[in-house]
Design a protein around this ligand. Sequence first.
Ligand SMILES: [Zn+2]
Length: 1018
Amino acid sequence: MDEFGSDRSPLPRNMIENSMFEEEPDVVDLANDSPSYPIDSPSYPIDSDDVVYEPRSSRLLVRGLGENDLDEDEEDYESSARLLGMSFMNRSSNQRSPGSSYTRQQTPGSCSMPSARTMVVGILILVLVASMAMVIYFLPGCTFTRSGCKKANSTMEKIYPISTSGELFPWTELRLPASVHPVHYNISLHPNLTSMTFQGDVSISVEVLQETKKIVLHSSNMSITKATFDGKDVKILEYKPWQQIAIKFKEDLQKGKHVLNFIYKANLSTSYDGFYNSSYEDTTGIKRVLAATQFEPLAARKAFPCFDEPAFKSTFLIRITREPKYTSLSNMPKAKTTDLKNGLLVDEFEKSVKMSSYLVAFVVAEFSSVSKNVSNSTVSVYAVPDKKEQMHYALDTACRLLEFYNKFFDSDYPLSKLDLVAIPDFLAGAMENWGLITFRETTLLVGNHSSPIDKQLVTSVIAHELAHQWFGNLVTMRWWNDLWLNEGFATYMQFMSIESVFPDLNMDTEFLSVRFKALAKDVLNSSHPVSAIVNTPEQVEEMFDSVSYEKGASILLMLSSALTKEEFQKGLIEYLQTYKFANTESEDLWNSLRQVSKQPFNVAQMMNTWTIQKGFPLVTVKRNGTQVTLTQEHFLLNPDNVTDDSSLWHIPLTYVNDSCLGCKQVFHLKNKTATLKLPDQVKWLKFNYMSDGFYIVHYDEEGWRALIEALKADFNVLTHKDRASLINNVFALSRLGKVSFKQVLNLMDYIKKETETAPLTEALFQLGQIFGLLDKRSELNLASRMSSYIIDHFGFLMENQSWEQESSVSKMTLRSALLDMACSLDVANCSQNAKRLFDKWLNKSFEIPSDLMTTVFKVAVQTEDGWGVLLDTYKYSIYDPEKRKALKALASTQDVRKIIWILQNTLDGSMIPTPEFPFVVHTICRNFAGYLYAWDFVKENWDKIIQKFPIGSFAIQSLITSTTSQFSTKTHLMEAQNFFSSLGVRGSQMRVVQESIETIKMNMRWIEKNLETLQKWL
Ligand SMILES: [Zn+2]
């Protein structure tokens, strides 16, 4: 699946992955009865008054009652409690009536006229006394009493929710209290794959760190039939909106160890998270079922009651009861199997390392496997038996990457086994559960037909998930606000490791386009800092986006270049050693890097400018002889003209010039403006060498002219990445209004001579975006002129691409981009060639090169026969890459009836699995024929959609972006605004909604500004 449904990258979003190790959770921070996020962190509202509550109509408001003052009687009488609260408040304010004698004190005076000095001193004394009086006046009356103030006064403003039973729920925050934390879980589960239910028995050894009268933890969608605390029955209170349960005690619990036990039952989930059931048809047409888990970020609580926050690390011992025909897997190796003599077996797994709840996993299925030993671990790949031939590439790749990471991190993978499991019906791209990584079949299995591009995808996802075994599993972010510490790192490491271990896969160019993508997402005012404020479940879901993944990886690349690769690696080793089995924040990483760095700049100071403010800088370069003036400002495509002048970045600017090609130089720009003195005269200057930095550069007129001339004379004076970055930047600047579209076309003049993949695919992508915008506005004349422009500039290359097998990944990437565009513009005999290949393929006399398969299928699907063949291919192929390309073609049909059919069938999951819905919608929206139907379909089926995908999740983000990102008219803007505002609690607060509105406005503005220029220059 495309990463967030973007046009840009064919990689799946390697999204949800989790894992971690741990060690002691930070006892110092946890040892207070407050939310477990760090109190001194500026990112979090820590005052309970700042917590966002559920709609108040649903709850009882009790003001003035301390949390320990609630007793059963008060809780049972809502209206009485409300009245009590009100009267208590009145009493409090009476205590502060201005009757205090302190306020009436007077300064001694004199009858004679005071001197000026006396007057000044007098006034000072008056001010001082008045200030003291004010302070005393505002102190509670109890301050000076012998007994002091009762604790109740410090919690006066708490608002308690109502639990399911009607009693007051004793906790008021989304984050759990830190007074009690889990040490070990014993979890016994018995899934029934016929009734699709499961029974559970969980014992949690907890440690009370601070005396408290309550224990609060998470639980969702389960029926708890019995609960005990230290062996005695206890009553459970549940507050469903926050998925919390609580036990209240009459007396304070003493510090020390205790045991909680829950016996419960629940349905296996049907929504791809929690402990869920999945099914598939085998090659004989028999339906098979399995049960698997997906817990990140908030769904472990759906499988067992737990303290479901990343900082509550603990050990786990898991037992699974199963029928003999199934295999069960969990994070750890199997310790023993017991025969219950009733047709059931119980598998018990070894006690786990210390880890977060979101990394726990188990699978019960009929799978085949292959295994191999690497270092001290056994690596295995599991899949359905029909696909056992497709597991070898993944096994070999995982082994090679595991060896690489063991060495690179100077710390061996700590478990004795690592399983990689392909789940037939899986929503995310993959999930890094410690020791039991789960994948979509597409992202793990490689058949004989698979091309190097298919392998590039599988390798990327494996590399990403394996990196998480260190970044995420061994060392984990303390809270979801720092998700980038997991995802940014894993994304960075996936490119870095593959470049070393599989250099032929051309990941370098791939990483460049990922950086461009991250920039494009981060230009919006509605973007967010890498390390953002996160409180609600929706906000947690929203963190799984381009900023955490791609921008996170991009700023790490920039830092690695600024430090040198060697220092960066040393810093990472230091970080992993220091924090293994524990939780961290960004600051901890900077400190580790600072310890090993010999560079003159402060790592933390520099990187904080990139992680705690959103967006990125635009650097403007003005040159006068050898004097270069550099200015930075927030690059913000803001249609509402909101100014944000306060942003300032510490930019490790790099540059090259014509006097020494490839000699990178560095200048640290920390202020708004700075001057750089060049030693000699130069013809041109190119900043952001190789596009390693996360910023865009604008030059003065002379600067652009010199660069364009240099490109036209001999484009090889700049690296292919620099050429691609100039193209990317000039289009971005044109959207910002800093350069005219004429200037863009001026730069693009050189492209006819270009031969490299990165600049050509970037240019095609940018022009394709504009073509799509014009096409969807029905600016037919201009769209046709843009089409002619593309053909004029790329026609030669399009005509000269081979349609035969190709082995270079770079050439395949370029060819598929060129020919896909050629066929969609119906040029260069593209469609005829595609049809010819399709017919040969049908006759089984030819194998379509895998990189051309989508293009060929998309042409073929437009006929009735072709549609039928491809539908069968989708249904019956056991090769996932082929299946997916067939699906992409089916979703590219121009036939409206078929578009509606495929939308309905995917959302229902009747023939196409529901996890493909975002992919299908994204594909439909790329074409004129279907994008409005897809938009209407999403609107009409919104309630059904949010039952399948959580609000804020990457799937929902993708659906909204796909359907609205190409609107550019006022009518569509209003339609989108009306729809989103009608959603209310069903999604109107999502960040992606703001992004969508902002993008439409941006499109409108761009069209308004550039229509005339396009008319003139295209
Ligand atoms: Zn990840």
